[in-house]
Design a binder for this molecule. Structure first.
Ligand SMILES: [Zn+2]
Length: 74
């Protein structure tokens, strides 16, 4: 990623732990979503796992990536 302070390259470790329930239909989706601390999505017969993981990673990225305090050359 690019540091928004010095515009230099920086590494950003991604660590995501998430449980996602896959619902087969709207009824199941409502039931699973109502569970405490539950996250559910409607999934058909097949699911694009790569796209799902990609979305999770993109959502986890900071809006403005910056080197940690004291590590930025700027
Ligand atoms: Zn920086």
């Amino acid at each position: 990623m690019t540091c928004q302070r010095c515009l230099g390259g920086m590494q950003h470790a991604v660590q995501i732990e998430r449980t996602l329930h896959l619902a087969r239909n709207e009824t199941e989706l409502e039931r699973l979503d109502a569970l405490p601390d539950s996250d559910a999505i409607l999934a058909g017969e097949t699911i694009d796992l790569v796209a799902l993981v990609e979305d999770e990673v993109l959502l986890s990225l900071p809006l403005a990536a910056m080197h940690a305090e004291g590590e930025c050359p700027a």
